[in-house]
Design a protein. Structure first.
Length: 169
């Protein structure tokens, strides 16, 4: 199980440890992390854009990405993370690994999360691939799955119990 940036990690680990199930929460899509962050930046309010000194256009964004990849300095920060973090994370994708999962999968995302449409597309591909997918697209939820009002933890527990019963674990 992994949430947000941990979702892709859970997907990749699933290929190594062969779990009973994989549960990415607000963290899987059919785009790279770099593409996702650009979408986030485009949807951030202007005050936060100035506060974080975020690029105003995609050309400036690409230049910032190149700068961090060329100099992955752990002492320089951008948008709350080190250059080293960004140089590693930006090109990460999980969609092919996701489509190759052989275990049951529970995906939880919010209808108002910036990556929701990308997750929808990935789920559609997985279903066409006949994967065992349970998709909870929670109406009104953003990227805040741990907020108790969404009841995500209980839904995860119910899913795990269902898997345990099916597999007699």
């Amino acid at each position: 199980m992994g949430g947000s940036e941990g979702g892709p990690i859970a997907i990749k680990l699933s290929h190594a440890i062969h779990p009973t199930a994989c549960i990415p929460i607000v963290g899987c899509s059919d785009q790279s992390f770099k593409e996702y962050i650009w979408n986030v930046i485009q949807n951030i309010n202007p005050i936060a854009k100035r506060l974080y000194r975020l690029p105003k256009n995609q050309q400036d964004y690409e230049l910032q990405m190149q700068k961090m990849k060329e100099n992955p300095d752990p002492n320089q920060f951008w948008f709350g993370q080190t250059f080293r973090y960004w140089s590693d994370a930006l090109d990460q994708t999980e969609f092919q690994e996701f489509l190759n999962l052989s275990c049951p999968v529970l995906v939880i995302t919010g209808s108002k999360d910036i990556g929701c449409s990308s997750t929808d597309r990935l789920i559609e591909k997985a279903r066409k691939n006949n994967q065992d997918i349970t998709y909870l697209r929670i109406k009104g939820m953003e990227h805040d799955a741990l907020n108790p009002k969404w009841n995500v933890i209980n839904q995860v527990i119910e899913y795990i119990e269902k898997i345990r019963i099916l597999n007699r674990i």
